[in-house]
Design a protein around this ligand. Structure first.
Ligand code: ACO
Length: 434
């Protein structure tokens, strides 16, 4: 059987044959090239056939070797390694190296990589000044997006995006500085002094110290919470061509520098239908308030009054594997922090929803955001900071996708087509005659 698609255009009676190509798995990633369809023309002058795909529901924008998701089976892999195994055996920085380079690091490579990231954690003192300029109650994502974009003005060398050594330098900087900027933003919100990075601590240990240290007291992160945060970071490191990653690739495709491109990705992440959902889940659970109110709340969601936040996913039509890991980790956290009462509401909400035909028939399962917020809150992070906690690890994924795009000869500036449905050409009428 040939690997091709035969199409007949009933307008002209002409038949066309297009090759079908595959990704790694033959049952996932079979595609034709959209440009082949342009050969299909109603008349000689015709522009050729386009595909209409609002929100890119069935369009592959790139070939990528970074992350594999099988949404029907609930599988997530980075560079071929299953997310469960990575969450159990690896560290966030090791996973970031894997995502960026394609292979797990050797001991020497890991040491060098950790050293490089650790030694770029400081930020220019002027950055503190403009963090100072934000209102204390500004949303931290707004501050993060603006501050990351402003880094572009501190590192004008980053504009040499076609130079791979230069790209690597910016990658070290961004992965290293995101936790520092995020912690400074938090300290600004609560009116506390900024705590500088401690290079003797791990990536997540240092972040916790910068967030929660009190002046005059040596801060040592709780090892369980440090590890749980590391696992949370692993789970959020990449998720192939989602809204924010597509923003990163889209903006960077114009050869804009990685700081402004990453700020655009973070802006996309901020929305409540994407990375802002973990924040919304917490607010939803607080609003529900008690298990007795769940049936009524679910009824209202089914009636279309609102959506159950943390439920449903464009790709997963099965349990999100990240949500499963987080659900099982919650008890470890609560042993240290005390139980978050919202967990009981979340477990009951999940139970009721997964028995309800509305959610079952639409394949709406808990996604990663459903349990992450409950854990973050128990660890002492304010709700506003949740999307920031998503952006820190996703920085590794955004940068890996950027790097892959820059090396991909198929890629050029991102520029979708449209189907024009406005008026046909007409003459201008002077204002007095309208
Ligand atoms: N609650 C209630 N109904 C829902 C939900 C939900 N959370 N999600 C989808 N539906 C319903 C829709 O109303 C629609 O029903 P209909 O066919 O009767 O009209 C059907 O399920 C399909 O929904 P779509 O919006 O077409 O699905 P889409 O793939 O476009 O949306 C999305 C995916 C945005 C994640 C959606 O499920 C949603 O809004 N979920 C809540 C927000 C959320 O948790 N986002 C985090 C996603 S994970 C992440 O970004 C890290």
């Amino acid at each position: 059987m040939p690997d091709s698609l035969t199409v007949t255009d009933n307008r002209t009676g002409k038949t066309y044959e297009f090759p079908i190509s595959y990704g790694t798995y033959s049952d996932n990633g079979a595609c034709i090239r959209a440009l082949d369809l342009r050969k299909i023309k109603g008349t000689e002058e015709d522009f050729g056939l386009l595909t209409y795909d609002p929100a890119f529901q069935n369009t592959a924008s790139c070939k990528s070797a970074i992350t594999f998701i099988d949404g029907d089976k609930g599988i997530l892999q980075y560079r071929g390694y299953g997310i469960d195994e990575l969450a159990e055996k690896s560290t966030f920085l090791e996973v970031a190296f894997l995502i960026l380079n394609g292979e797990l690091p050797s001991p020497d490579e890991l040491e060098k990589w950790v050293w490089n990231v650790t030694h770029h954690t400081l930020i220019h003192e002027n950055i503190k000044k403009f963090i100072d300029g934000f209102h204390y109650d500004a949303h931290p994502m707004g501050m993060l997006i603006s501050t990351v974009a402003a880094l572009s003005t501190f590192y004008p060398d980053s504009r040499s995006v076609t130079d791979s050594d230069n790209r690597r330098r910016q990658i070290h900087r961004l992965i290293a500085k995101l936790p520092t900027i995020s912690a400074f933003i938090y300290r600004h919100m609560i009116g506390r002094n900024y705590v500088y990075p401690d290079n003797d601590l791990s990536y997540t240990g240092n972040f916790l110290a910068m967030m929660f240290s009190l002046t005059g007291r040596a801060y040592r992160p709780d090892p369980v919470l440090e590890r749980v945060l590391d696992v949370l970071f692993i789970l959020h490191a990449d998720h192939e061509q989602n809204c924010s990653t597509s923003a990163m690739r889209g903006v960077a495709s114009s050869q804009a520098d990685p700081y402004v491109s990453l700020a655009a990705a973070a802006a996309a992440l901020y929305g409540p239908l994407h990375g802002g959902a973990n924040e919304q889940v917490l607010r939803m659970l607080q609003e529900i308030g008690s298990k007795d109110h769940i049936p009524d709340y679910v009824k209202r969601a089914k009636a279309g009054e609102f959506r159950l936040m943390g439920f449903g996913h464009r790709v997963y039509k099965n349990y999100d594997p990240r949500a499963r890991i987080l659900k099982s980790m919650a008890s470890e956290v609560f042993e240290v922090t005390g139980r978050n009462p919202l967990l009981d509401i979340a477990l009951e909400l999940e139970r009721i929803a997964l028995e309800d035909d509305y959610f079952v028939s639409r394949k709406l399962y808990p996604n990663v955001d459903f349990y992450s917020g409950i854990i973050y809150q128990a660890m002492g992070f304010p709700v506003d900071m949740f999307p920031v906690l998503f952006a820190i690890p996703r920085t590794a994924g955004w940068l890996a996708q950027w790097e892959e795009m820059m090396m991909d000869e198929d890629q050029r500036i991102a520029r979708p087509r449209q189907i024009y449905i406005g008026p046909e050409e007409r003459s201008f009428v002077e204002v007095g005659n309208r």
